[in-house]
Design a protein around this ligand. Structure first.
Ligand SMILES: [Zn+2]
Length: 114
């Protein structure tokens, strides 16, 4: 089959390899990239939200907050070292920060990103 090896550019008529996607004579794209065999280009945008965030398990954070929240252990778990030390010194902001954090964590999605 001669047609399997060679084709002609639809812009300038030059003879090009059948697998070619760009004409060597005029430089134009003559085929869509996805028509080459069964190769597919997958563009995945779903990971964008994770970039720069630290993945936290909601229930781990919640239990840590309930049991050790007064010591700010859940803040250390979230990677917020400065806040953790502040909680450690102030006793979970006199217990207020502790209670608020427990409620906030409870309403977060699982997993959540900080
Ligand atoms: Zn051409």
């Amino acid at each position: 089959m001669e047609n399997d090896k060679v084709k002609y550019c639809k812009y300038c008529g030059a003879k090009v390899a059948y697998e070619a996607v760009v004409c060597v004579s005029c430089g134009r794209q003559i085929e869509m990239l996805s028509t080459n065999g069964n190769q597919t280009v997958v563009v995945n945008n779903t990971n964008k939200v994770i970039v720069g965030g630290r993945r936290c398990n909601k229930w781990v954070a919640f239990v840590l907050c309930l049991l050790f929240g007064i010591l700010g252990i859940h803040k250390f778990y979230e990677g917020k070292i400065g806040m953790g030390i502040l909680y450690l010194i102030t006793g979970g902001l006199c217990g207020i920060g502790w209670i608020i954090d427990a409620i906030v964590i409870l309403f977060k999605p699982n997993p959540y990103y900080v």
